[in-house]
Write a protein that binds this ligand. Structure first.
Ligand SMILES: [Zn+2]
Length: 407
């Protein structure tokens, strides 16, 4: 089904800005038992709302298929870098909003419960909401109780009935997955106490387009937020931005703290500045995206010439890291198991599986020790510095392949 209206302001004035071809779900790695089954594949096209500046994917996919059919593989705590980020997140947010010890903290998209668990240190009461029964089970081992399901009106009513109002609602990298972000935000507003805070963090669209990166785009990400579009969305749910900042996660994320409109006396200065920056960069103009696509297509042609030459010479190419965004990259470049020998990842939830559609086996980094000359393509580019060090310690003959490099 196609989305014909803006998910934030209901306008039907949508213009296509990005077309990446057909893609499977990016975050569902395929187990051995399903390796010969076909993947569900949908066109990956983004539209820009001419009225409010929201960017959204055009083709609607079924959220239940996205998260519960095949075991969802991402865990919040799968790297030291991630754990550090969430530890600091919990400290910074707790410092910024003053909480009573018995406050209720609700995390939507609580995953394996790692971040939610940090709030137990403040003696807060905590509750997770997540569609994956598998993740809820992992969270239970951290003493985080989880409501299994997608967040919306029904879940918010259950929370109000069984737990009361929340003083802090968290939704990181999940709110942009919602098919109905207005209903989602209204439901957050419903469970928020009168002085409560809603904190969310997700990849920042301005940074993605500035850096020429298209791989934050995948079916699981329905909306691509700017401060301008987030502000509009919050307004519709009776909320306003209290603070906004850019943080170094997922290659550059936007963290917004919102409260009930009546508590936010003046508009956040940081938010105002970021909106000005978005406007002046051309974030809401079609020409910006024509240039963006042209650059990416040229880069792909150049890079694939290099890849074919390496394969003719008989050298292996190994992808490093199996993040969801890596699958957007592999599928857009048509890099399948005939060109990429392996993808490595440290997560036990991914090793032994295959990348969707491209069917590249996922193994550990130690695979690099089996080769002399070998090429590495870092798919988790946001962690490139840490990964490089680790790789060279395994094999000093590794040659790095960087798509952005021209030679
Ligand atoms: Zn709109």
């Amino acid at each position: 089904m196609m989305r014909e209206k803006c998910l934030i302001c209901d306008s039907s004035d949508l213009k296509q800005i990005i077309d990446l071809g057909s893609h499977p779900f990016a975050d569902t790695f395929v187990p051995e038992s399903r390796v010969s089954e076909p993947d569900l594949i949908y066109p990956l096209v983004c539209d820009l709302c001419q009225s409010c500046g929201n960017v959204q994917t055009r083709y609607e996919t079924n959220p239940l298929l996205r998260y519960s059919q095949i075991e969802y593989s991402y865990t919040s705590s799968n790297s030291a870098f991630s754990r550090n980020h969430w530890d600091e997140y919990a400290k910074e947010v707790s410092d910024e909003i003053k909480q009573k010890p018995d406050s209720l903290v609700v995390e939507i998209g609580s995953n394996d419960g790692y971040l939610t668990q940090q709030f137990l240190k403040n003696k807060n009461r905590v509750l997770g909401v997540d569609p994956s029964p598998y993740m809820a089970e992992l969270a239970k081992q951290r003493d985080v109780k989880t409501i299994v399901g997608l967040f919306g009106k029904e879940a918010s009513e259950e929370i109000l009935r069984d737990y009361g109002k929340a003083d802090l609602v968290i939704a990181n990298n999940v709110f942009n997955h919602a098919d109905n972000p207005v209903e989602f935000t209204k439901s957050v507003s419903d469970i928020l106490s009168s002085e409560g805070s809603f904190v969310f963090e997700q990849p920042y669209w301005l940074i993605s387009i500035k850096s020429g990166k298209f791989d934050q785009i995948y079916h699981e990400h329905v909306s691509y937020f700017t401060v301008k579009s987030a502000k509009k969305l919050l307004e519709r749910a009776g909320l306003a931005i209290k603070s906004a900042r850019v943080v170094d996660y997922h290659g550059g994320s936007l963290r917004i703290i919102a409260q009930k409109k009546e508590n936010v006396i003046s508009e956040s200065l940081e938010a105002k500045k970021l909106i000005e920056e978005e406007e002046s960069y051309g974030t809401f103009k079609l020409e910006t995206y024509q240039a963006f696509m042209k650059k990416n297509l040229e880069q792909r042609n150049r890079f694939m010439q290099k890849v074919h030459k390496i394969k003719e010479e008989g050298h292996p190419i190994i992808g490093v890291g199996a993040p969801a965004k890596g699958n957007t990259f592999l599928n857009f470049y048509n890099l399948d198991n005939s060109l990429i020998d392996y993808v490595t990842d440290s997560s036990p939830h991914k090793k032994g599986k295959y990348t969707p559609a491209t069917r590249i086996p996922i193994v550990g980094d130690e695979i690099f020790s089996k080769y002399g000359k070998v090429y590495a393509l870092i798919l988790s580019w946001n962690l490139a510095n840490q990964l490089k060090e680790k790789l060279y310690a395994i094999n000093k003959n590794i040659e790095l392949l960087v798509p952005e490099e021209n030679n």
